[in-house]
Write a protein that binds this ligand. Structure first.
Ligand SMILES: CC(C)(COP(=O)(O)OP(=O)(O)OC[C@H]1O[C@@H](n2cnc3c(N)ncnc32)[C@H](O)[C@@H]1OP(=O)(O)O)[C@@H](O)C(=O)NCCC(=O)NCCS
Length: 161
């Protein structure tokens, strides 16, 4: 038996919305991800990248949200449960960082996460959540967990090479 999983990364299309919704929803009951309605995913499908396996099945997703002023947030990062710890999540984040680099000469990429070592291993640093008022205004103030948010903010500065 081999541990290798063949997959490719690509930009998401509207046909991927159902699969993305299913993957994100897998992690909602344990509180690792917040639910995202299908309509919201469809509306922001241009933000998403997906990993697909050799059969063309979507097995992971992640989104890069543009807050303007060269600030980007990694959101809705999830890998199918059966396929975690095979490097797919890392590959998706690296691809989104390249995307951010292509959009701005100097960009700041951040995430709010429970998986701090996963991000710091890639070069992200722990930062104060309050340094992202854009995020707080857009999402946190509506979140049911806002009073006891256990997520840590991590961020990375990236520059066009
Ligand atoms: C967090 C998540 C996206 C990471 O994706 P992943 O594909 O499992 O990540 P990777 O395989 O690249 O790395 C994850 C771990 O596996 C290890 N790993 C990487 N490649 C590996 C391999 N080939 N074999 C075994 N382990 C491996 C890494 O060291 C890492 O360890 P960690 O647990 O200390 O972070 C995924 O676990 C997930 O979907 N979790 C649930 C949703 C969630 O928490 N999303 C994050 C919101 S910010």
């Amino acid at each position: 038996m081999t541990n290798e999983t063949a997959y490719t990364l690509r930009d998401a299309t509207p046909e991927d919305v159902t699969a993305i919704h299913e993957i994100v929803t897998e992690y909602v009951p344990e509180g690792l991800l917040l639910p995202r309605p299908v309509e919201d995913i469809l509306q922001r499908i241009g933000n998403f990248m997906v990993a697909e396996n050799e059969e063309g099945k979507v097995i992971a997703c992640a989104a890069l949200r543009d807050f303007g002023n060269s600030l980007y947030e990694i959101r809705s990062l999830a890998v199918r449960k059966a396929l975690i710890a095979k490097g797919i999540g890392t590959a998706l984040i690296k691809a989104l960082i390249v995307r951010a680099k292509n959009k701005a000469d100097h960009a700041r990429v951040f995430a709010l996460t429970y998986r701090v070592p996963f991000f710091t291993r890639m070069g992200f640093e722990i930062v104060d959540k309050q340094s992202f008022p854009e995020k707080i205004w857009a999402d946190c103030r509506f979140c049911k967990n806002r009073e006891q948010c256990g997520e840590t903010a991590v961020a990375m500065e990236v520059s066009k090479e």
